[in-house]
Design a protein around this ligand. Sequence first.
Ligand code: NAD
Ligand code: MG
Length: 295
Amino acid sequence: MAEMNNPLYKHYDGKFEKQEQPYPGVQNEMRPVPDCGEESYTASGQLTDRKALVTGGDSGIGRAAAIAYAKEGADVAISYLPDEESDAQEVKAVIEKAGRKAVLLPGDLRDEEFARNLVHEAAEQLGGLDILVLNAAIQQFEKDIKKLSTNQLTDTFTVNIFSNVWMLQEALDHLPEGGSVIVTTSVQAFNPSGLLSDYAMTKSAQVAFVIAMTGQLAEKGIRINAVSPGPVWTVLQVAGGQPQENIPEFGQNEPLKRAGQPVELASTYVLLASDSASFTTGQVYGITGGMPINQ
Ligand code: NAD
Ligand code: MG
């Protein structure tokens, strides 16, 4: 019989210790370390010989997607900030253990030239590009709108939105018919928090971008979808994403009463990238622990 678990208890459901890191943070210093499927994800050959680029693939949700892609048979390039090298090296080791090629492309997506070149560099080193996962993001809480700085506003919009546009523009030089684009948005797009106003606006804009692009990409035989996570235990949340007082019970207000682990999103990123999802485009997949999403 296939494994069957009560979702309430399948992963850690206790209180988290308070813990703070400077942006962007490294997940190998988190307690507990998030489960990105290093051991727990099992594959079934759904992406053999595909070429994928995952931004922010060093940690969290992007790492879970990158690891699942490699285990499903894809060669994978990941981008990340230079400060995250230790997380990226762990991902490279898991990809290589799965017998696939890992390409590490550190750099800052606030830099337009880097963002645009990243796509071509990934395609060159992988020998093509079939799957583009636009997942990197900045989330820095600010409780007082009077204190929201223009620097933060600009950084958040640049990484979370502008870089998505720049990279999709460049990727259209490479993505073949059957190619797939996946954008990581958030429940914040639909149910924004007052302390995440800039971030929430970018997550809504990503949904609009995905839906707006669906027709243009469909004409080229390319699908585009979004994944909308709820609270997931990642370093984003402890590196300025939430006030420390929210960390102990992070995720416990959802119907499933716990934070998700990145591996619990992996199979959706695989499905959306694979040929099984051939009639699925322009959609938003909520993986939230029960919080509704609506468009
Ligand atoms: P994470 O910190 O593990 O991943 C985010 C990644 O973004 C970082 O690893 C980093 O490499 C990249 N990044 C940030 N700033 C960058 C910059 N200036 N240049 C280049 N790369 C940069 O956290 P995560 O939670 O896995 O986040 C992945 C995605 O999931 C994000 O789009 C986030 O908005 C979304 N999301 C997360 C949650 C959650 O609860 N963790 C909920 C909803 C949506
Ligand atoms: Mg990281």
